[in-house]
Design a protein around this ligand. Structure first.
Ligand code: S3P
Length: 185
């Protein structure tokens, strides 16, 4: 039974870049949930946060995710970092036909990855990115763990290789196929 794969994890963990490559390995469509939401809303995430606030963004995020899961062909979805905050999303992530991969990393590493990027409203308040990511990591790690079928620490891939995202995608593809085979039995 081929199924949807959803990548979860904090901002900077590499969900989108790894997701692209993973989809190619698994021969499935790739969908970036944030990009899909922006297309549906016809506004950027930054605009939605600014004009309507975070709660309105979370409603749109949940609606978009529900819509994406109904996609009839199995696909690889890169979820936004806060997807796990809502219990209705977590229930969907725990569905049997959804394989969830948690890309984990330390707040320090994540802060180095998001440096200089400007499109994430949660990282543009007074608080430094490292402090925001530490807080979010403490708050969300248990939620990611609750829904994850597979957890991968991304840091060793970055420390080791010259093509970390490619080797990460290779590793995740092996783990996903093994998980799907196990669940199908
Ligand atoms: C968010 C993460 C972002 C985006 C929004 C909120 C979060 O997605 O959904 O800015 O709450 O962590 P990425 O994790 O893809 O950057």
């Amino acid at each position: 039974m081929a199924r949807h794969v959803v990548l979860v994890g904090l901002m900077g963990s590499g969900k989108t870049t790894v997701g692209h490559r993973l989809a190619a390995r698994l021969d499935r469509h790739f969908v970036d949930a944030d990009a899909a939401l922006e297309e549906i809303a016809d506004r950027t995430i930054a605009e939605i946060f600014e004009q309507d606030g975070e709660a309105a963004f979370r409603d749109l995020e949940a609606d978009t995710f529900e819509e994406l899961l109904e996609h009839h062909e199995p696909c690889v979805i890169a979820g936004g970092g806060g997807l796990v905050l809502r219990s209705d999303n977590r229930v969907r992530l725990m569905r049997r036909d959804v394989t969830v991969v948690f890309l984990d990393a330390s707040p320090r590493f994540l802060a180095s990855r998001v440096e200089g990027r400007t499109h994430r409203p949660l990282l543009h308040g007074e608080e430094p990115a490292g402090a925001v990511l530490s807080r979010l990591h403490a708050q969300r790690a248990p939620l990611y763990a609750e829904v994850a079928d597979i957890t991968v620490d991304v840091e060793p891939f970055h420390e080791r290789g010259d093509e970390p995202r490619r080797s990460l995608a290779d590793r995740v593809a092996v783990l996903v196929l093994a998980h799907e085979a196990e669940v199908a039995v």
